[in-house]
Design a protein around this ligand. Structure first.
Ligand code: NYM
Ligand code: MG
Length: 221
């Protein structure tokens, strides 16, 4: 009998706006593909689905929504692909994800709505596939500003971003099994890309030790 194929890895790339997540994800995707691996690239929010279109309208300030309601839509936008994501991983496809549950929790908690704590924000993520590796592309506010500053969407302002920066550290501390690796994204594109690639290849090589795909748990554990 043939052994089942090795499962794919779930790789998440997180960071603030302007950290270079999307260009690094694309470069990583191409490198893995060129090396002959089965690989997919997803990003959240996925603005193409019905839920994603509601999120898009909200981010562009075309609609208003209660903080909890929009938060749950961001989470639902992950849940709507969770099943196919698990199938891809089981089939041996490595999946690269540009923003995930960590962004989901910290951006909502950064609004400082007293009825929306970080713990509340994390709750709908419980049970989603947990990344085998999360690369946090870390960039200083000054370097981010030099890269073109803020865009026009909601959340793209200095006060919110600085709270987001702190909350990322808090959630990473609370998710100790998360295998978070911080990468200094203030360096040249190539230097960052190299460290990203090495970290991902290391993770793929160590998948047997990790075992089956895990699921997110409560952060109070
Ligand atoms: N964002 C992203 C959230 O508020 N919650 C989430 O769950 C996710 C995935 O959407 N400023 C925010 C962070 C970003 C904004 O993302 C749009 P992007 O990657 O800039 O398109
Ligand atoms: Mg953005």
């Amino acid at each position: 009998m043939q052994a089942p194929p090795q499962r794919g890895a779930l790789i998440v790339v997180e960071g603030l706006d302007r950290a270079g997540k999307s260009s690094q994800c694309e470069s990583l995707y191409q490198k893995l593909q060129q090396s002959g691996r089965a690989v997919k690239y997803l990003r959240f929010p996925d603005r193409t689905t019905a839920i994603g279109k509601m999120i898009d309208g909200y981010l562009r300030c075309q609609s208003h929504m209660d903080d909890h309601a929009i938060h749950l839509l961001f989470s639902a936008n992950r849940w709507e692909v969770a099943h196919s994501l698990e199938e891809d991983i089981a089939r041996g496809t490595t999946v690269i994800v540009d923003r995930y549950s960590y962004s989901g929790a910290v951006y909502s908690a950064a609004k400082m709505n007293p009825a929306l704590s970080l713990e509340w924000a994390w709750t709908p993520e419980i049970g989603l596939p947990q990344p085998d590796l999360c690369l946090f592309l870390s960039i200083s506010p000054e370097a981010a500003a030099q890269r073109g500053g803020f865009g026009v969407e909601r959340y793209e302002n200095a006060a919110l971003q600085s709270r987001v920066r702190e909350l990322f550290q808090t959630i990473f501390r609370l998710q100790q099994s998360g295998n978070i690796r911080t990468i200094d994204a203030g360096r040249s594109f190539e230097e960052v890309a190299q460290e990203v690639e090495i970290s991902v290849l290391d993770c793929i090589a160590g998948l047997d030790a990790i075992g089956p795909l895990r699921r997110f748990q409560s952060i109070t554990h």
